[in-house]
Design a protein around this ligand. Sequence first.
Ligand SMILES: Cc1cc2nc3c(=O)[nH]c(=O)nc-3n(C[C@H](O)[C@H](O)[C@H](O)COP(=O)(O)OP(=O)(O)OC[C@H]3O[C@@H](n4cnc5c(N)ncnc54)[C@H](O)[C@@H]3O)c2cc1C
Ligand code: SF4
Length: 567
Amino acid sequence: MQRIKIPQRRFKDDDLIDFAIVGVGSAGGVLLQRLARAGFTAVGFEAGPFWDTERDWVSDEAGSHKLYWNDLRITGGEHPLALGANNSGKGVGGGSVHWAAFVPRFHPSDFEVYTRDGVGADWPITYKEIEPYYDLLEQEIPVAGPAWYPWGKPHGHPYAPHPMGGVGDTLIAGCTKLGIPVSAGGPVAILSASHGDRPHCIYRGFCIQGCKVGAKASTLVTHVPDALKNGAEIRDCCMVARVSMAKDGRTDGIVYFDAEGKEHFQRARVVIVCGYALETPRLLLNSACPGQERGLANSSGTLGKYLMAQAGNVILGRFENLIRMYKAPPAHALTEEFYETDPKRDFARGFAVQTVGPLPIAFAKQMMAAKGAWGWGMRREMMDYNHWSSLGLLGEILPWEDNRIELADGRDGRHDARDRFGLPVAQVTFSLKDNDKKMIEFGKNKVMEIMWAAGAVEVVQESRYAHLVGACRMSKTPDAGVCDKFGRTWDVPNLFVMDGSVMPTQGSANPGLTIQALAARTADYLISQKEAILSNSANGRRDMSEPPCRRSLAPPGTFTRGIPHLR
Ligand SMILES: Cc1cc2nc3c(=O)[nH]c(=O)nc-3n(C[C@H](O)[C@H](O)[C@H](O)COP(=O)(O)OP(=O)(O)OC[C@H]3O[C@@H](n4cnc5c(N)ncnc54)[C@H](O)[C@@H]3O)c2cc1C
Ligand code: SF4
């Protein structure tokens, strides 16, 4: 139904393009579309393939592992994060190809956590600055959900909510019994009615496997086609190895390896790194050069630090009646009733509770972790798959300096690990602190209480983490972060970072919508600033005024369907 990969404009390595965008994922896809539509020359460099959704994707759990960044990464610390399939994507669309598309907004409090609660950090922007972009992106991708969403700053959604699956019914039953308000049927960037050339959801539950149907939003289907129509190029299977620096302290382009492993240099006026919270700091660390020996844009010493993951414990409950977890998008109902700091609890900040709905392979792993199921015991659990429901905790772990990404370049005398191009891979260290542990304990027990209240006859849980962000955080001043509030690095005036890595804190909301909203805002800033950034006509001075939100740059068809948007 959709023609995604259309003939593209092709640039040469020695063409001086306006923008080189590293990574065409959640943020990179939006930036590429905006900048191309505004008339700039822009090329997206993507380490993974340009997916043909008909040919490459399958409605099969095991067959979809290729969607992930499965290359080697090193993990460590007291609570090591599982890397690989649990975090980022590789291929055009990035993580938005395999995400569950659950898209709650951050709350106003998320942007001033330090001022309000004395923990974490404040963002250099407030909710007010991102709000027009939440409104806009919710229409572009578009989002189905309740017409009145009560948490954070109350708002509505452009498309009607989805019907409940069995897991959603469980969350509603448990919450209702305990008097906890719950949102049913979204917010989720999955079509509850057709939109342009995209059909509505058919509830087969293969969302995390890529959604062959096209009902689930990914930048591959929402923004990339419009980027190509407007003259952007996507160079797929091209791994960027280094951001190149000229003698004047500005970047002059990027060094990358093509699919055959041949090295190239692409000239560019501006480089924007959108490679995900692990690969972006890795690339900047790998781009260390004379004068910036600790990594590019790292005069603050914060590059790679303050990495965050959300607590993602999965609570599984067995019911006498059939639940059939697979028959719905996995995430389609939630409560944010425990999101904010509550002085009655012994920890700062909070958590959300969401439906999860794993398919059988993921369920088997959870049974192994939660119950030690194996062999015949595992077979017995698997025969019962249709009787299980699963709810997820999504908890705010605070940003800590020593949760970090370094290069596995052998400097610590332990790990010297490189990819096929000889580039040191990311080495991740992650440990929970007291506040995080208390939040997880409280949150986990609350979700179990909801599961019991819903009528479960057995409840077990698996500890895990989700959604890595941070490690190149934005800050008000150059000493506190890697980039300013538009993602422009403090040290290199024509180098930007724009993806989940710029987040100073992460709230208890899934990060994808915020990442795309931030990217659209940065595109508006770049359009407003044009020559000042492209050719340094402002001589390095920063105009930090807020750009106008350019709704006219939305992909075609954005404003044609849906209910009136409540503001
Ligand atoms: C199973 C799963 C479910 C999820 N569900 C949700 C959800 O429901 N809601 C939500 O909000 N979030 C969800 N997420 C998280 C979400 O997918 C990510 O937060 C988001 O996609 C991150 O966006 P990004 O722009 O930072 O990076 P990405 O979208 O990961 O894009 C980065 C891109 O850069 C490319 N790249 C990296 N380095 C290089 C390089 N050196 N050269 C060239 N290319 C490079 C990568 O291949 C990738 O395509 C989920 C994640 C997982 C794993
Ligand atoms: S349940 Fe809906 S969104 Fe998920 S894969 Fe099926 S059609 Fe796509």
